[in-house]
Structures are given as C-alpha cells and as structure tokens.
Write a protein of this length. Structure first.
Lengths: 225, 225
C-alpha cells in the first residue's frame, strides 16, 4: 500500500508569528510604518535612530520601542530627542519577540505616529529568527567589527531590507575591506539597499533618511488608496 | 496535616552542566588548562588568540576550539599560527554548549597540549548561560563598542575571570569613557583582572600573556602535586 500523501500542507503559524501578524494589523490600522533595527552590541543603533529623528522630525512623527536586557539608556536618548519612546527590558532574553513588541506598541500613542522604529537587542544571531510585525527590517554593521561578518552571520544578512554600514569615519584606522564586505552582502542578499554612514560626521545620513522617508510616504499613500 | 518538607535539596545538574564537568575531567586528566573566550562579533577574539600563541608558543603548547555559525575563517587563522585548531559550526546556534565542546576537545590531541582556548560564538548574551568545563572564562570588550556595555550586558560581565579591553589604539577616535566602563565592570565583578590591549600595535599583550602563562603554570604545578 502506498503511503497517503497530504496534497496541501497548510502553513501553521507559530505563536510568535501569529502575534507578529496582529502587531502588523495594529500598525496598519493606525497607518504607522514599522522598522526593526538589528545589530551587534555597540554598532550604533541608538545613534542612528536619534540622527534619523533629527532629519525626519519636521515631516514625520517618530516613535521608538527599545529592547535591552538591562537599563533605559537608549530609550532615554530617544526621548530626549523628542521621540515617543518605550523601553522593554527583556530580563536576560537575547532578542525581542512579537509578545514583547506587542506590549511596546500598545504603550505608544499610535494615532500620533507615522513611523515606529524598534531597536532590537544587540545581537547578530537570535533576533533574526523572530518576526515582530514590522514592515521592513534593517541591519546596522560597523567598520570596527570587520568585513567578514556577512560570511559569519549569514541568517542576519539574508533577511533584511537594508544594510547600514556605520562608523565609516574610522575607515583609515581599521583594515576593513569594503569590497569583501559588499561581496558577502550581495551574495546573501542580492540588490539589498546599503547606506555607508557616520553618526560622528553625519556623512551618508541624509541618503538613509531620504530613503526611509520614501518608504513611509509610499506606505501611507497606498494605505490611503 | 502539615506539608512534608524536604530538608535538603540536592543540586541536580542540568545535562549541559554534567557534560561540562566531564569536559573538565578530561582536560584535567591530560593536565590541559581550558579558557573560554567570549565577546561581541568583531571584538578581536581570534586576533587575541593568535597574538597569545605568538607570545606563548615557546613555553606552552596551545590548542583552539572555535565556534561559529558558519565558515572556518577563525580556525584557519589559528592553524596558520601553528595551533592545533578545531572548528565547530553551530548550525545557527547562538552559543557553544558543553556537548559541542566535548566533541571539539575529543578532536584535539590533548596529550600534546598545555592550554586549550575556546573561541565562543560572537555574542554578548547567550554564551554566558552555558558552562563548557573550562577553568576560566575571559571577556573581550573593545573600544568601538562603547563604554556602556557592562551596564547593558551585566550577566556576561558578572561571570568572567578577566576582562580584556581591545582596540585601545583607536581611543583617540571614539568617545569612550574609560572611567565609566571600569566603574561598570567593578560594580558587577569587583577585583576582576583587566587588560587594556591593542592587537594592532601589540600594546598590553605581554601583560595579558604573562598573566595567562602564570595561570597555566600554577594549574600544572598543583596538578603535579
């Protein structure tokens, strides 16, 4: 007798993914564009978010959900910059998941926002496995980490919509092979948008902020139609 | 009726911890001193291990067990430097555990080693939760990551026997508040040994290698008694 084959395997969403869908629906109901920013510890997530706020605050209303295993240092910086900011302390957990983000989103006044940026826990591995419900995700690499990171952490590089390369002001002081880095990124994620920036000098930040603004504008326009 | 109280709760070791004990016994049977090195991605674990080999190779025989989610880049560098080197690809796993290390150790010729250094997966969170069976563990921080890392990643800083601060050659180019960093480390791990180093200039590496040599010598002396 032949083994019975199931002709259609329905995709059963995990509990996390189900909640990620609910997060997305809540954002969409309020026409808020969500961005999940991930990186190693100390690559410059908070600095980039604050710089983004400075560039977009006259045209968009930004909020931030920050995940850290301890302290409110990062959310404090975002709040000082004038953003609605929520801190989630993960209690040792190495990533944000859709449950934590759900609580974070519900603490924000979504009707007063156009763009919600999630700063994930500093970790180049675990966050890539957890959907949060955002519309795009962005990875921040940085020059001091070295050009081999795409090769060593492929799942993170594979899944993102944009790659920011921060701290380009210190390129002269590091043996960072940009061609090797870009080759690795392209291999894993062909055609992904990339933005070399420096939060110290401001270089490249306008290009990043302009691109992000375009994403939000296109989203809001399609939501209005 | 009163609830029966169990007067002594025996400590039940987790499967990982049991295997960590077995790893330690295997190292001890061969008089091999084990070191677990942890850090963020790109803080300089491999560079520090290679520099340690260069400084100690005339007095000690070094081996390396390297954990990465992909590639053999790091183990190749250690092997080129003349170390016995084993690569463990964790297949996406964010840390090494005692099972993986057990396999790694058994791939080395332990009778030909004095010192085995484990290079953990680049991650400032998850590796701190898994004992591997080494005699000491060492954290490598680096200047570009920023001085707030002890505050944000306390479990990692709390559990280690030494803290290396790498990339001090670029201190002039970063706003790194060393006093704030040291204060955070001291708060979490009072009296922990710390070594400011630069793998680029070589500064501080002799002090680190000398200290490590002393640890191995003291271990071997007590093992011989």
């Amino acid at each position: 007798m032949d083994v019975i084959k199931v002709p259609v395997v329905e995709e059963i969403l995990s509990a996390n993914d189900q909640l990620a869908v609910a997060n997305r629906e809540l954002l969409d109901a309020n026409k808020v564009f969500g961005v999940n920013i991930m990186s190693s510890p100390g690559s410059g997530k908070t600095s980039t978010i604050v710089a983004t706020q400075e560039r977009l605050k006259d045209s968009l209303r930004l909020g931030m959900v920050d995940g850290d295993i301890a302290t409110t240092i990062d959310a404090d910086r975002a709040a000082e910059a004038g953003m609605q900011a929520v801190q989630i302390n993960t209690g040792g957990n190495c990533h944000l998941d859709a449950v934590m983000v759900s609580q974070g989103i519900r603490s924000l006044k979504l009707e007063d926002l156009d763009l919600m940026i999630i700063e994930n826990v500093g970790n180049l591995i675990c966050p890539s496995s957890f959907k949060l419900g955002t519309h795009i995700s962005v990875l921040i690499a940085s020059v001091p980490e070295g050009a081999d990171k795409p090769y060593k952490y492929p799942p993170m590089y594979r899944g993102v919509d944009a790659v920011i390369i921060n701290k380009i002001d210190v390129l002269p002081y590091f043996d960072f092979d940009m061609d090797y880095f870009v080759k690795g990124v392209e291999m894993l994620n062909p055609g992904v948008k990339s933005f070399p920036i420096s939060n110290k000098t401001g270089e490249g930040l306008d290009a990043w902020a302009d691109w992000l603004y375009e994403q939000v504008a296109a989203y809001q326009q399609s939501a209005a139609e």
